[in-house]
Design a protein around this ligand. Structure first.
Ligand SMILES: [Zn+2]
Length: 192
């Protein structure tokens, strides 16, 4: 069975189901995010990218897509909701990956694990300073590893790991939770 091709309400690109944000109208006619992509009724799709999502509530894109007057709750809707959702998912997945032994934190620990080839990708906090960020960037390049920016700041990263102390870098090894986290980090990065 082939899925009908959806196109972005803003830029008109053809979208696959899992790379789109689906919007439906609630009974009052207000737009809502269809998180699982399964709500019935007419839907509109949008690229999961900052540029298209920021334009979605402007210039009548929603009204055109639904062929009726649709007013969004705010000019930047649905960005705040998507960012909050992704932050929450990142927090959960970081906690789970840590408990499953797929993730370690702290500069020295991560540096040591990099030396052992344990690390598959690196994560930095949203508030890491430019000089520390460039050190880790260089370290990632040297090891041919990806360095992803989390939506969480170092205090929140520490919190996700159940620690009082802030954490500005994480090392993640291969595993099922690490794979889900990588996906969520990429979705988060597309929003910033
Ligand atoms: Zn688009």
């Amino acid at each position: 069975m082939t899925e009908p091709v959806r196109s972005c309400a803003v830029c008109r690109s053809a979208l696959e189901r899992d790379e789109a944000v689906r919007i439906v109208l609630d009974p009052e006619g207000a737009p809502a995010i269809d998180w699982r992509g399964k709500l019935p009724g007419r839907g509109a799709s949008c690229c999961h990218s900052k540029a298209c999502l920021q334009a979605l509530s402007k210039r009548g894109a929603l009204s055109r897509a639904f062929k009726q007057e649709v007013s969004a709750p705010s000019e930047d809707w649905p960005m705040p909701e998507l960012l909050e959702h992704s932050r929450k998912r990142q927090r959960e997945l970081i906690g789970l990956a840590s408990r499953a032994g797929e993730l370690k934190s702290g500069g020295n620990v991560v540096e040591r694990l990099l030396g052992k080839g344990w690390v598959d990708y690196l994560v930095k906090s949203s508030d890491v300073g430019p000089s520390v960020a460039s050190q880790w960037n260089e370290r990632a390049t040297r090891g041919s590893l990806q360095l992803l920016a989390s939506l969480l700041d170092s205090q929140q990263l520490g919190g996700a790991l159940g620690k009082e102390a802030p954490r500005s870098v994480l090392g993640v090894r291969r595993g099922p939770l690490a794979r889900s986290l990588l996906q969520e980090l990429k979705r988060g990065q597309a929003l910033i």
